[in-house]
Ligand binder design. Structure first.
Ligand code: MN
Ligand code: MN
Length: 461
């Protein structure tokens, strides 16, 4: 059976590269905890590397040429990047895709209330979470509050050492006799995920004095009114930085590996390409995967297709057919995290067909649930090409499905790209405790993903 451990392949020099790339990734993760923050972080970096805003080219009508590096942001929550190749665009592109949203708690639109001299914020969870995992831990608030006049406040509170943190209470074990008889899905209910934000009343105030004091502070610090929460997007995420895990520092424990652990090496791979490439390289970082890839910033949106039409228009090709050809002739690695084998929970895995931390980039021919329902299920011919490229470029990879047949399942953005009739396959990185507030990955897998993505962009044809 095909199995390798990536760590065994590294000499001293390559081991240093593995560790330094992991450090860069940890800095990214600690900084970029939301789709907006990941969008901004990546754009700052790719602009330094010579990427130009495609919207500026569209405005000026200037035609791009081979070798040009372009990007476009989708409402500040997702990015598409291109490095134009010498081949015509209609011959297709090599595309990397990953999502930059992660499971979390979102504030409701009318979040603020007071109960028994405590001020709290109502939340609505986003994506698939085990709700009991979000109690009794330091949480941070990240997001934006948009005022009616068009101005916007950026909120980021709970990350610096002298920042306050926030939290959802848990029931004390001493009084949890009834609670502990409930099944796991109901131990903590969605409506119990209220975030404690203060307890000091405003003096000389009778009703809701604690809430009044919080509103006073919000007015002073951010110049916002309670009603401004109506047009806000505040995400409640675990506070704190990404950390090395283990005596050997081979692993990373952090919030939001899913799917920034694929998004980061995807856009970094674009920056590793030589100045001249044959096939156009493309990277897509999208939002809303965790809730079904819906909406204007999800993969189901026409953003990518519209951008391709704009790009081809600038390059002098105005036909709908050109857009269709360029997309259908493309090949894609749709990257998302995979469930790494966990020695604590072996019963849900089939050992010959699951992925292992440290054994390299994961390729999933198919995902889905039950009888492969909802899966893209890539073509064997395409899988053979992927194997050839990775073997030739010495990328350590493994193949896997999510877990045992009929144990559960999951989906990705791959099938949406498959709708364009392109060859697309799921790839990604093994994660332990996926969707928990803190997830774990292997630094070797992260590094092999970077290598694999570069190999794919340069050598897939
Ligand atoms: Mn994911
Ligand atoms: Mn996920």
């Amino acid at each position: 059976m095909y199995r390798k451990n990536a760590w065994k392949n590294y000499d001293e020099a390559e081991l240093k590269k593995v560790m330094s790339f992991a450090k860069e990734y940890e800095n990214f993760l600690s900084d970029a905890k939301t789709e907006r923050e990941a969008n901004d972080y990546a754009i700052a970096e790719i602009e330094k590397a010579g990427y130009q805003n495609l919207d500026e080219l569209i405005a000026s009508g200037k035609a791009p040429k081979a070798g040009d590096k372009l990007y476009r942001s989708n409402m500040g929550k997702g990015i598409v990047m291109f490095q134009l190749g010498t081949d015509p665009l209609e011959k297709g592109m090599n595309i990397l895709g990953a999502h930059i949203d992660s499971p979390r708690l979102d504030l409701k639109q009318n979040p603020l209330y007071e109960d028994t001299d405590m001020a709290l914020l109502e939340t609505h969870y986003y994506g698939g979470i085990k709700k009991y995992q979000w109690t009794a831990r330091p949480l941070a608030l990240h997001g934006v509050i948009c005022r009616k006049d068009g101005t916007k406040v950026t909120v980021r509170l709970g990350e610096n050492e002298d920042d306050p943190v926030f939290g959802v209470s848990d029931l004390l074990i001493h009084l949890a006799a009834d609670q502990l008889k409930k099944d796991g899905a109901h131990v903590v209910e969605g409506e119990d995920l209220n975030v404690l934000i203060g307890s000091m009343p405003l003096k000389d105030t009778e009703k809701d004095a604690v809430k009044a004091n919080i509103l006073r502070i919000l007015k002073e610090q951010y110049n916002i009114e309670e009603e401004d929460f109506l047009s806000a997007e505040i995400e409640v995420v675990p506070a704190g930085k990404a950390r090395d895990l283990g005596f050997d520092r081979s692993l990373i424990m952090a919030y939001g590996h899913d799917d920034r652990v694929c998004a980061f090496p995807s856009y970094k791979a674009m920056l590793e390409l030589p100045a001249e490439i044959k096939r156009t390289a493309c990277c897509l970082l999208v939002d809303k995967e965790e809730i079904g890839s819906v909406g204007a910033t999800g993969m189901e949106s026409r953003f990518f297709e519209n951008t391709m039409a704009e790009l081809l228009h600038l390059m002098g090709s105005d036909s709908d057919l050109a857009v269709r050809r360029a997309i259908a002739a493309s090949t894609m690695l749709s990257s998302d995290v995979s469930a790494g084998f966990d020695p604590n929970y072996p019963s849900v895995m089939e050992k010959n067909n699951c992925c292992y931390l440290g054994q390299g980039l994961v390729i999933n021919k198919y995902t889905g649930r039950a009888g492969k329902a909802g899966s893209n299920d890539a073509n064997a011919e395409y899988m053979a090409k992927i194997r050839r490229v990775f073997d030739e470029q010495k990328v350590c990879f493994q193949t896997a499905e999510l877990g045992k047949v009929d144990q559960g399942g999951g989906g990705t953005i791959a099938f949406i790209m498959g709708n364009y009739n392109m060859n697309v396959i799921d790839a990604g990185i093994a994660v332990q405790n996926m969707h928990a507030p803190y997830e774990v990955i292997s630094k070797a897998d992260l590094y092999e993903a970077l290598k694999g993505y570069v190999a794919f962009l340069e050598h897939m044809n």
